[in-house]
Design a protein around this ligand. Sequence first.
Ligand code: GTP
Ligand code: MG
Length: 205
Amino acid sequence: MIIKSAEFVCSNTKVDLLPAATLPEYAFIGRSNVGKSSLINAMTNKKGLAKTSQKPGKTQLINHFIINDNWYLVDLPGYGYAQTSKKNRGDWAKFIKQYLTKRHNLQCIFVLIDSRHEPQKIDVDFCCWLGEQGLPFILIFTKSDKQSIVKSDQNMAKFRKALLKWFEEVPPMYLTSSELKSGTDMILETIHEINTGFVRPVLEN
Ligand code: GTP
Ligand code: MG
């Protein structure tokens, strides 16, 4: 899929205030600092579209971007940010989980995992929660430019094994680097395929 346009639409904490749920939507989620916002910029070829930072905790809201006037890409705040208070973490869980479970046009959740690390409990737990909710997800391993392909492959295989303790089947896994703009085509192709089958809902007034 070719990206012809990518524009910021709005930022929200309230699910009621999100744009009308008439277009297919895809969300990026994962640990703070894993590279969600950077990957959105790499995919859309638009530096600065989503705000990034070296410090974790940069994205705090539900950010909608409209792509090709046809579908939404959503940048979410990260989980596991140690310096956030317990109350803030509770609030995160509440509003993000509400968004993920209530957003009817959400077609797929892309869960980002840092390819440099062995499986982390917080990521495996999050995938299990998605599985329990019956929410479709795909795993995106980030920052592949930071180590050898062999190392990334090993960590991906370990993650697959960790999930197989809980799942009968493991969702697709893609290896990406925002720095090298690699792996983004596979994500865009997946989105294109899902978009093709999307039936626009008729909304009541
Ligand atoms: P929060 O919004 O805080 O949850 O973080 P995020 O997941 O949106 O991460 P963000 O995109 O802001 O990136 C965090 C840091 O990682 C930044 O310094 C990025 O430049 C860096 N980074 C992201 N992706 C890559 C990558 O593929 N390769 C390299 N080398 N650095 C990356
Ligand atoms: Mg971010």
